[in-house]
Write a protein that binds this ligand. Sequence first.
Ligand code: PMP
Length: 397
Amino acid sequence: MSKVLHSFLTESMAELRSQGLYNEIDTVETANGPIIKVNGQEQEQINFSSNNYLGLATDQRLKAAAVEAIRNWGVGAGAVRTINGTLKVHTQLEERLAAFKGTEAAISYQSGFKCNMAAISAVMDKNDAILSDELNHASIIDGCRLSRADIIRFKHSDMDDLRKQAKAAKGSGRYRKIMVITDGVFSMDGDIAKLPEIAEIAEDYELITYVDDAHGTGVLGNGAGTVKHFGLQDKVDFQIGTLSKAIGVAGGYVAGKKSLVDWLKLRSRPFLFSTAIPPADAAAATKAIELLMESRELYVRLWERANYLKDGLQQLGFQMGNSETPITPCMIGDETMTQTFSRRLFEEGVYAKAIVFPTVPKGAGRVRNMPTAAHTKEMLDQALAVYEKVGKEMAII
Ligand code: PMP
């Protein structure tokens, strides 16, 4: 290794360690279900750390669809779609996605992260401005930067601030296009974006509207997401999302008007220069969407389980901030205390990660619980007993 690289790596890592920001990644030894085993330990953990909201990541029906797709299509897509054509499994996925989201068309990408890199920069450029909620996901931030548009952050879900900034941007006459971009559900707090107000402001100032619904899909609007939850399908230009959370697989998508999707096929770089998701993933995701469109069963169960956990934690005296969704943060505050709390939960068999700065602001440490449709009431009772024990022991409740 070159000397320069060696000293860069050792110095930077030492700095991270000294700031308590060196994140050791656990090894999970079992499939990502509601009960997992971690780091070679015998003890089982109740898993509150996945985004597998509906339990579909290990669903038999999705597995069967993936196996069938491997038999029919092989394991790889072969090449980028503009060169090698589109496999029918990808077209089928995109048709189902459009129907699911209530849009004319949809396009799939290799991940939700890439989707934001692809879609924003395909439409926005240096003559434009993007109004972006200050708590938007990292991939939105990176996608905005890639576009070279001016990035104007507005205070989290503060509609007065958004209106003020939209008025100023429009009034400046400097921009050819202005976009407003927000998460549908904010992943660290579980609050829902104020889409009706955002849509109104967008109409007043002729803004392009973009919603990243990674955490809303499968979770709100009978599964179809935050835009459907508010009935705003006609007001949102870009509905983007991931296939890796509630859908249980991997990949991302943009749903919208056919002309938008056609443009993305011509101009979005991850579509033009990166191979599509494997056929097995496309088929499994298609199956997941079909299941969600056929039945509300998993959706209803997710909310039942989430409400059960939230009620239990509330009765014990934990603070859960502004969450309006199954995302269940237990607010602790101090970083070290948050880490200790998470470690003690782990020792008692509950796998819920500490979320601290820089993922959330300093002093806003929390342990985030992600209940899923796959958790049983017994698992939740067991977890609540652990929360009570550790919460009392650490004088958090
Ligand atoms: N957007 C948001 C809001 C997310 O929470 C995530 C996942 N953390 C992504 C995009 C990225 O999705 P993926 O994991 O499919 O890349």
